[in-house]
Design a protein around this ligand. Structure first.
Ligand code: KIV
Length: 257
């Protein structure tokens, strides 16, 4: 018998059972299938798509149509994992817009959506959840705010940031989020948030005490050597291996020719 489909409720329940949540990004059919076969329960079609696949300098240029295109490709893998899609920049500025765009992503195959922010988007979150679409929060360093913030900065280092994170996390839980990604939050504040909220926290560069961890898969696999990230140690040097194999193949066909 096939193991049951993983839902947002399954992910939420993993906090209580103490099973760590392993989450990774995928942007297409083969990667979704491979991650699913490896037993990853939470697969995110992240808007990191913009940087790691589409060649934009940050995530703010990613459009709804681009997200839909990649969500459709990932969904064709029909993963057992929960398939979560990021809502792109400016796609959830108003409640109406947020619900309409969350529905578009759901029609493309997303089983849950994620968006950045806390108290500022709590009405949007409430409306998305009321429309029947599970919602995952994202707090800490918010990549869609990189231009306003002038870079990617660790959050929670001072008291105002610490208090803002607590209030934002409470607001997301109250609005119905089933999980919260914590990106570049100090390890101490991430631990406090994890103990405080009833839903799982999934950390990226936020220490070891979150209920789960998420990574951008090409970073884990060493596919993008031009990014030098402190929070991830690649487990494979895929870029170097690909260059070597391709050069060897080229050498081989030149000899035969
Ligand atoms: O877009 C993305 O891949 C993300 C992860 C970094 C959590 O939001």
């Amino acid at each position: 018998m096939n193991p049951p489909k993983i839902t947002a409720e399954t992910i939420r329940a993993m906090k209580a059972s103490g099973e760590k949540i392993a989450a990774l990004t995928a942007y297409d059919f083969p990667m979704t299938r491979l991650l699913d076969q490896a037993g990853i329960p939470f697969i995110l079609v992240g808007d990191s798509l913009g940087m790691v696949v589409l060649g934009y300098t940050d995530t703010t240029s990613v459009t709804m149509s681009e997200m839909e295109h990649h969500v459709r490709a990932a969904a064709r893998a029909q993963p057992r994992a929960l398939l979560v899609a990021d809502m792109p920049y400016h796609s959830y500025d108003t409640v109406e817009h947020a619900v309409e765009n969350a529905k578009r992503l759901a029609r493309a195959g997303a089983e849950a959506v994620k968006a950045e922010g806390g108290r500022a988007i709590s009405e949007q979150v409430r409306a998305i959840v009321a429309a029947g679409i599970p919602f995952c929060g994202h707090l800490g360093m918010l990549p869609q705010s990189v231009r306003e913030e002038g870079g990617y900065h660790v959050k929670g280092k001072n008291e105002p940031e610490h208090q803002a994170l607590l209030a934002d996390a409470d607001a997301l839980v109250e609005a119905g989020a089933f999980a919260i990604v914590l990106e570049l939050v100090t390890a101490a504040v991430a631990k406090e948030l994890t103990q405080r909220v009833s839903v799982p926290t999934i950390g990226i560069g936020s220490g070891k005490d979150c209920d789960g961890q998420v990574l951008v898969t090409p970073d884990l696999l060493g596919m993008l050597p031009w990014y030098n990230l402190k929070h991830v140690k690649p487990r494979l040097n895929a870029a170097e291996q690909m260059r070597t194999v391709v050069a060897e193949w080229k050498e081989g066909i030149s000899k035969r020719g």
